[in-house]
Design a protein around this ligand. Structure first.
Ligand code: RAM
Length: 494
């Protein structure tokens, strides 16, 4: 890919991402200049990509008598190339920020940056040449990588333009996350997580249909369980495939759903059969956390994710996730000839449903409430709906109630927004779901997104789960689902 041009970033207090992008010149104007110490340029590739970067560099002057020292900074969004990256205050490794200093000993040279980056913008700074020469940079090129294949057909023009735009950005997001696995984000963490995989796979069935990639990812999880059989939340591929050290209860449960989704989308029940023991094991291990009262209680110090939101009480939501997963596991069990397991899961579903309805449902307020403080959240209503614990009528009432309650805990990240939208569709709130997608994902588009982000809270531009927005991922797996909602669940229909 060739650059779209040279740009500059202008601080803009009215922009959600803090910076406005302004054109400076076509890219050729850069090669017409001789650059020396202190010179800099920002290259814009016109769209987000995952891949490699290269350029040629030559020295001109009395004598090329020293190495050339350059700094390159890659950014998914303007702030990453406009703001100093140090001092870095984020909680995750500084090494995720995409900057490099290189020294080139022999000129002219073609420089192929060795690492893979996720970027739209590249800032090139000449740290030093020598007093005797300047450099000329040309043949700037990016090589975009993806295992997605050709773009799916566009949505028909009968779909409103703003939804078609959201669909395009969703597809670009998925494309740039599809590599040798479905990565969560090509900038960070560049690895496979169960929660992200499930949503990517659903969107993939409706778009690129690289189903072998889903199969590969499902096997990668099944291949690396913990000693007791629990599946890890994520898997690393390098230096050789191995499990991550984190375990997320809701992700382990949702593996069942990911396997069933795959089998239904592809008809590949052989693979489902093969993976059935791993699904069965998750259900067995997690069932142990259902108390005699029929309520699922995660063990102390375990990680129940649900959403990036510190304030969220997760008790209700995890009960919903587990019942949702048990339903998928029961369906899978029947297909795999494990009738006894199916019956067992159905009995557990019935017990948990009765318990959740009596413990969590507040019939006077018409919402599900979570924890000792009887917290009302979007997460709770979404998972009570998706699990089938709430009737569709109760679910619709509950969503109207949370929408009207200003202090109801809202979702923090697209992952949960997806499940809220899906729950709204399930209980017949199609207009509300459509509006949610238009305002939430549409809000990112308005803020300049050409791929969707890991976190977005319209009321808090500084939100980061890691203490610095600079380390947030701006092309993130779990935000790609509007294409699924539009293409598989008919979000735009009447
Ligand atoms: C983050 C990643 C990933 C997610 C986990 C729970 O580290 O963004 O997408 O699945 O959290």
């Amino acid at each position: 890919m060739l650059p779209a041009g040279i740009v500059k970033m202008v601080a803009d207090g009215t922009a959600f991402l803090r910076w406005r992008v302004e054109p400076v010149s076509p890219v050729d104007a850069l090669s017409e200049r001789l650059l020396r110490r202190g010179d800099a340029a920002i290259i814009d590739f016109g769209r987000h990509l995952t891949g490699h970067f290269s350029f040629s560099i030559a020295g001109e002057g009395r004598g090329v008598d020293a190495p050339a020292r350059l700094k390159l900074t890659f950014g998914e969004v303007p702030a990453e190339v406009a703001e100093p990256l140090d001092p870095y205050r984020g909680g995750l490794s500084r090494a995720w920020l995409q900057d490099e200093v290189i020294n080139i000993d022999v000129l002219p040279a073609v420089v192929e940056m060795p690492r893979r980056y996720a970027f739209r913008y590249v800032k090139l700074e000449i740290v030093d040449t020598s007093p005797n020469y300047a450099v000329r940079i040309a043949r700037i090129k990016a090589t975009a990588l993806s295992s997605a294949g050709a773009d799916p057909p566009l949505l028909p023009e009968t779909v409103p333009a703003r939804l078609r735009q959201i669909d395009k950005v969703s597809i670009a997001t998925l494309r740039d996350c599809m590599q040798t696995v479905f990565e969560d984000g090509p900038k960070r963490d560049r690895r496979l997580w169960i929660g992200d995989l499930r949503l990517q796979a659903l969107t993939n069935y409706a778009t690129f249909r690289n189903n072998d990639l889903v199969k590969r990812c499902l096997y990668l999880f099944a291949a690396f369980p913990r000693e007791d059989g629990l599946l890890p939340a994520c898997v690393f591929e390098d230096p050789e495939a191995h499990r991550g050290h984190e375990y997320i209860i809701d992700y382990a449960a949702l593996y069942a759903a990911a396997v069933l989704d795959y089998a239904k989308a592809t008809g590949d029940w052989n693979t489902a059969n093969d993976l059935w023991p791993a699904v069965r094991k998750q259900m067995e291990l997690l069932s142990a956390y259902v108390g005699p009262d029929g309520v699922f209680a995660a063990p102390p110090r375990s990680w129940v994710f649900i959403d990036w939101c510190d304030a969220l009480d997760r008790a209700v939501a995890i009960n919903g996730v587990f019942v949702f997963s048990l339903r998928r596991a029961a369906e899978l069990a029947r297909h795999c000839g494990a009738e006894d397991d199916a019956v067992k899961y159905e009995q557990l579903i019935a017990r948990m449903t009765a318990a959740a309805r009596s413990v969590f449902y507040d019939s006077s307020r018409k919402v599900f409430v979570s924890g000792p403080k009887r917290q009302v959240s979007w997460a709770s209503q979404a998972w009570m709906t998706l699990s089938g614990i709430a009737t569709n009528e109760e679910a619709a009432q509950a969503f109207h109630a949370v929408a009207a309650q200003a202090d109801a805990v809202r979702p923090g990240a697209p992952y949960l927004y997806h499940y809220v939208a899906e729950a709204m569709l399930q209980c017949g709130l199609k207009q509300e779901a459509k509006q949610l997608v238009e305002t939430y994902w549409g809000g990112m588009v308005k803020a300049g997104a050409d791929t969707f982000w890991e976190v977005y809270d319209p009321s808090n531009a500084g939100l980061s789960p890691y203490g610095s927005t600079l380390v947030n991922s701006y092309c993130h797996a779990w935000s790609c689902t509007p294409a699924y909602l539009l293409r598989s669940l008919d979000l735009a229909g009447k």
